[in-house]
Design a protein around this ligand. Structure first.
Ligand code: 5GP
Ligand code: MN
Length: 342
């Protein structure tokens, strides 16, 4: 792979920001709090510097994140993006945030990569190199944390909107400061964001107490699928298209469901097999302790972090996926795959 990967803010990124006037910001498909928070937070930083910004998303921002001040600025309009980039082509830069793999840029990947040289800011352990210049720090809690460091390097004062976005990014990717990725620096940055006006109770409420009744109905159906294996060390749940129909819930409503099997005391790895559209299966893994699920996800062509990773299948049914994933997991943990509950 050509291009360079740097730990510590690369000069090429700060130079790219000072040399350009227009910025197209991208993030990964099905964006989560860090993807959107870091993208909108960087948009705020760039606008503080007098730059113009276009935030592109493949699909409209999920209702779960509609509370983000930047949500209304995200555009799915590829023609508008090209118009924006064309006007001052020699002064336009493209930056991808929180996307550990160019395939995660979605179905317009090739068009997006063709706009101009791509800068990448990411913190995935499984990062697969792409773009011309990459700033990749897997030890960082979130891409939001990296955007904060970038703002400091650029001498930008963090606005309330920017602080809000970066706090959501950090809070969601650290599971509210619970995961291993939470470092002293994470708390220092969070403190600075509070000083910029962020109210943590208000944001927690918007992230976690923001759900619909149909989501809870779907959760009931999904939790009924809970199966435990290997002396309760592996927990597996799944969702099928008929559960969405029965509950009236939407695809976005499953965010956070995997936290329930993960929360069991004995569980080392939680698995959530998601068939949202018939025949299209994705898998989320969450780990506690020693198991590195990013490595497991890589075996299935996916990726992520040590404690949170995912991958997808297009050509297998749910039962086949479960058998394959559980077999790999039991080998990795060195346990027998006896069903204990479910
Ligand atoms: P989630 O389980 O919440 O979808 O994702 C957990 C982590 O794994 C996130 O950091 C996400 O970016 C990553 N991830 C999820 N699915 C995939 C995938 O199909 N490919 C890659 N490379 N990473 C994934
Ligand atoms: Mn992230």
């Amino acid at each position: 792979m050509r291009g360079i990967t740097v730990t510590g803010i690369p000069e090429a990124i700060t130079k790219c920001i000072s040399d350009n006037q227009r910025f197209v910001l991208l993030t990964h498909i099905h964006p989560d709090g860090d993807a959107l928070g870091s993208m909108f937070g960087l948009a705020d930083v760039l606008e503080s510097l007098g730059k113009e910004v276009f935030c592109f998303v493949e699909e409209p921002v999920s209702q779960l994140y509609a509370f983000l001040p930047g949500a209304s600025r995200a555009s799915c309009d590829l023609d508008a993006l090209h118009d924006f980039a064309r006007q001052v082509q020699d002064k336009t830069a493209v930056i991808a945030l929180d996307s550990g793999d160019d395939n995660r840029l979605g179905k317009y990947k090739d068009e997006l990569l063709a706009i101009t040289s791509l800068m990448v800011i990411d913190h995935h352990k499984s990062h697969k190199e792409y773009g011309v210049c990459r700033w990749v720090e897997p030890s960082r809690s979130s891409t939001g944390e990296m955007v904060y460091e970038l703002a400091m390097a650029l001498g930008v004062e963090i606005s309330y909107s920017c602080a809000f976005h970066l706090y959501v990014a950090i809070c969601t990717d650290t599971g509210s400061f619970r995961f291993d990725s939470t470092h002293p620096r994470t708390f220092e940055i969070a403190a600075k964001l509070l000083e910029a006006g962020v109210n943590p109770a208000e944001i927690s409420c918007k992230i976690y107490d923001n759900y619909s009744v149909v989501r809870l109905k779907l959760l009931q159906l999904v939790l009924a699928t809970l199966t435990l294996y290997a002396a309760d060390q592996i927990a597996c749940i799944h969702v099928t298209p008929d559960m969405f129909v029965a509950s009236g819930a939407a695809a976005q409503d499953i965010e956070g469901f995997i936290d329930y099997p993960r929360s069991l005391q004995t569980v080392k790895v939680a698995v959530f097999i998601k068939e949202v559209q018939p025949g299209n299966i994705s898998v989320s893994l969450r780990a506690k302790g020693e198991c590195d699920v990013a490595e497991i996800a890589k075996m299935f062509n996916g990726g992520g972090h040590r404690n949170a990773a995912g991958f997808r299948f297009a050509d297998k049914n749910l039962a086949e996926v479960r058998t394959e994933v559980l077999s790999v997991l039991s080998q990795d943990l060195g346990v027998q795959l006896d069903k204990t509950v479910g």
